[in-house]
Write a protein that binds this ligand. Structure first.
Ligand code: PEP
Length: 262
């Protein structure tokens, strides 16, 4: 049985318009009113649509997330959004270190660490993303890369604040490509991240840590992935743009928790 409450996030990236965000959030909110999900759900819309999505989700268990934040608290940072601003509009959770920001926007480990610190300091939950590129995997460097990323991002994080983090293992070669890591590819990486956490923050922190998998997750594949002992949920990109597909993934997570309950 998964000792942790599983979590599923929908990362809408730079997609949809205002009306479509309202419709998609409204469909997921309606489902959340009609049934009790056995996992935590968070939606990550684009910044401008956060208030509209917040009003759709109000009164449900579905959480509001943001896709990024600025590492600084305020000031001359044109175009940036601070942690406090996110909290102000009802955000509870923020993605940090997504591979699209690391590799397209050039965010380096020190910036990821500063953003993580800013998020946790503001009382936000953080979904910290790590993942290797295809050339790293082919060269047998997957664990070196992901462990170096978590090490760098959490270098100044105390054990008390580590509980605000959910990890997302997102192999770069699987994001938005239609290639999903097999359970045999993903489970050893999740297990290594948990073992690293045990060494650094202790057994309790390691047991409590949720490690989501992300990378072209679809409902047809999610049941096999969530059945792995160290996979505790999903960060879903493309498939989260369809309420039906996203809810199928959510339900596969619940069924796995139920079917493995003692
Ligand atoms: C993501 O952006 O975090 C992601 C996993 O995207 P996709 O599901 O589209 O691969």
């Amino acid at each position: 049985m998964h000792a942790r409450v599983a979590a599923v996030g929908g990362n809408w990236k730079m997609n949809l318009d205002l009306a479509a965000c309202r419709t998609l959030a409204g469909s997921i909110a309606s489902a959340a009113r009609a049934e009790t999900f056995g996992c935590e759900i968070t939606l990550f819309p684009p910044y401008p649509y956060l208030p509209a999505v917040e009003s759709q989700l109000r009164g449900t268990s579905v959480r509001l997330g943001a896709q990024d934040l600025c590492e600084r608290p305020n000031g001359a940072m044109t175009g940036e959004v601070s942690a406090a601003m996110l909290v102000d509009v009802g955000v509870t959770t923020v993605i940090v270190g997504h591979s699209e920001r690391r590799h397209i926007r050039g965010e380096h480990d020190a910036l990821v660490a500063a953003k993580l610190d800013a998020a946790l300091s503001a009382g936000l939950q953080a979904v910290l993303c790590v993942g290797e590129r295809l050339e790293d995997r082919e060269a047998g460097r997957t664990l070196d890369v992901v462990l170096a990323q978590i090490d760098a991002a959490t270098a100044s994080i105390t054990a008390g604040r580590f509980s605000g983090i959910t990890l997302a293992y997102e192999p770069v070669w699987a994001i938005g490509t239609g290639l999903t890591a097999s359970p045999e590819d993903a489970q050893p990486v999740h297990a290594a991240l948990r073992a690293w956490t045990r060494d650094r923050f202790g057994a309790l922190a390691a047991e409590a840590l949720r490690i989501e998998y992300g990378g072209s997750v679809k409902a047809s594949l999610s049941a096999d992935l969530i059945a792995q002992p160290d996979i505790d949920g999903f960060l879903v990109g493309g498939a989260s743009l369809s309420a039906d597909e996203f809810l199928r993934i959510v339900r596969s997570v619940e069924q796995s928790s139920l079917s493995t309950a003692p």
